[in-house]
Design a binder for this molecule. Structure first.
Ligand code: 5AD
Ligand code: SF4
Length: 469
């Protein structure tokens, strides 16, 4: 098993942080501002929070206004073609802003730029971009920025560096209620459709006690929900030679004193053990919601996808979890139209969706990614056909979600309120530990608190209720 090294961010960057601070004083009359947008998964959002932490430490202030920002960073996602094209169109918009203000610094980072062909496209077509860096070198941002501020290189590119773990990078968290805590980076699974192992590198777990300390500090400073993140949380600790690493981590986190919930994402069904379910069933702070991506309900397709489980094994773990934890809820990811998939095979996915009864699903039409095994597989089903299949899936799921949500009407639930509902200032929204959205009439002092709510109404996406006290 390959071993990875953990470094302390500050050791290598302290000189550049100080140098950048001096340059900032010379260059800007007012406090300079940064704008950052993270695309894609929660892991990427968490990395965005580190980039923001570093920029903040150097002396930039956060702004939501891209036009007035002195530095603009797009933290990109490569998971599907659509996500990538969206980024390219946004790059165009931002470069237009740079035409008005030549001093604006533009940075592109994240998974997308780890791909050679994307890096080349940026180098040749977008010469005005100042900074291009991959997820393995976030900790070197002070050094990279120093070079850009001094205009040492016209375009500073730093990607593909060896994978490692950098601890103690400052974090500017996007929420004061929910905290994202990565427990591992990268992925070893090489599902045949997926770009992640190529752009994020091999799976490497953070030190057990470092994670525990981070969670303790977050709880002490008032965070109410801790979201543990990894491409496959169930294999946490294997590279550290830990046995049952993830189950033990949850067990220890559960012992931390305080009023908080723990969630985790994502579980790979192949590593989801009965032992883990047993442990979770005894942990009152661990939310009883399981995101278990199935991808397909057909054994032949699962094999082609290199998922390393079959339908039988998947249903077994679901059944075991339902038995052990009576009111557990499930969500999943599904890929529709994998190369070679027939309608008959797709119907097996519909069948499993019906059997499991997920509270909601994330569904995607297969997207060809450069360098993956599935890129070379023959894909004959037309896009319109796949769209019909996915709509059939969505219709079926909508009915299931509505049926499951209606079961909560008349019951009392504990809800952690997160903020105001987008579509109206009069309502606030939160989630139950089963990850069901609940809205209630606004009472500002309840935001960030666990509240008892009597559920009055349900639709397929949300419950509506009244505060009990
Ligand atoms: N095409 C479509 N969906 C994909 N996913 C990952 N790679 C692809 C792809 N090439 C989906 C999987 C995964 C989720 C995060 O994104 O369902 O679980
Ligand atoms: Fe991609 Fe599979 Fe790894 Fe998930 S487990 S990130 S789908 S390769």
């Amino acid at each position: 098993m390959k071993k990875f090294f953990t470094h302390e961010y500050i050791d290598t960057q302290i000189v550049f942080i100080e140098k950048c601070k001096e340059l900032l004083k010379e260059k800007y009359k007012k406090i300079p501002k940064f704008y950052l947008h993270s695309y894609g998964c929660q892991g990427n959002v968490s990395e965005g929070e580190k980039i923001e932490g570093i920029l903040n430490q150097i002396g930039f202030m956060k702004t939501e206004n891209v036009e007035s920002a002195d530095i603009v960073i797009l933290n990109t996602c490569a998971i599907r073609e659509k996500a990538q094209e969206k980024v390219f169109s946004n790059i165009g918009n931002i470069l237009n802003l740079k035409m008005k203000n030549k001093e604006k610094i533009i940075g592109i980072c994240g998974c997308m730029v780890q791909q050679e062909h994307v890096k080349n496209r940026i180098e040749t077509n977008f010469k005005e971009i100042n900074l291009v860096f991959g997820p393995h070198v976030i900790h070197k941002l002070p050094e990279m920025l120093y070079n850009v501020l001094l205009k040492i290189k016209k375009q500073y590119i730093d990607i593909n560096e060896k994978e490692n773990i950098e601890e103690n990078i400052p974090i500017l968290r996007g929420s004061k209620i929910k905290a994202l805590v990565p427990i591992s980076y990268g992925c070893n699974n090489f599902c045949s459709y997926c770009i992640v192992p190529y752009v994020k590198g091999r799976e490497r777990s953070r030190d057990f006690n470092v994670i525990l300390d981070e969670v303790k500090n977050l709880v002490e400073s008032g965070y109410k929900e801790i979201m543990l993140l990894g491409q496959n949380v169930n294999s946490y600790g294997i590279d550290l030679d830990l046995k049952d690493g993830f189950a033990n981590l949850l067990y220890e986190i559960n012992k931390i004193k305080g009023d908080f919930w723990v969630r985790f994402m994502t579980s790979h069904p192949k590593d989801f053990s009965k032992k883990l379910v047993d442990v979770i069933s005894t942990c009152d702070k661990v939310c009883k919601h399981f995101h278990l991506p199935i991808q397909s309900g057909c054994d032949r397709i699962l094999k082609e996808m290199n998922r390393k489980y079959d339908k039988k094994r998947y249903l077994e773990i679901i059944e075991y979890t339902k038995e052990k934890i009576k009111d557990a809820t499930f969500t999943t990811d599904i890929i529709v139209g994998f190369p070679g998939e027939t309608y008959e095979e797709f119907k097996e996915t519909l069948d499993i969706v019906k059997r499991v009864e997920y509270i909601s699903i994330f569904n995607f039409i297969f997207s060809k990614r450069v360098g993956t095994k599935a890129e070379k597989m023959q894909d004959l089903v037309p896009k319109e056909e796949k769209t019909r299949w996915i709509n059939e899936l969505i219709d079926m799921q909508n009915e299931i979600s509505l049926k499951l949500n209606k079961k909560y009407v008349g019951k009392e639930e504990i809800v952690l309120f997160e903020g105001l509902k987008n579509t109206g200032e009069d309502f606030m929204v939160g989630r139950t530990d089963k990850n069901i959205l609940v809205c209630c009439e606004k009472k500002e002092d309840r935001i960030g608190k666990f509240c008892r709510v009597k559920i009055k109404k349900a639709n397929r996406t949300m419950l509506e209720g009244e505060l009990v006290d």
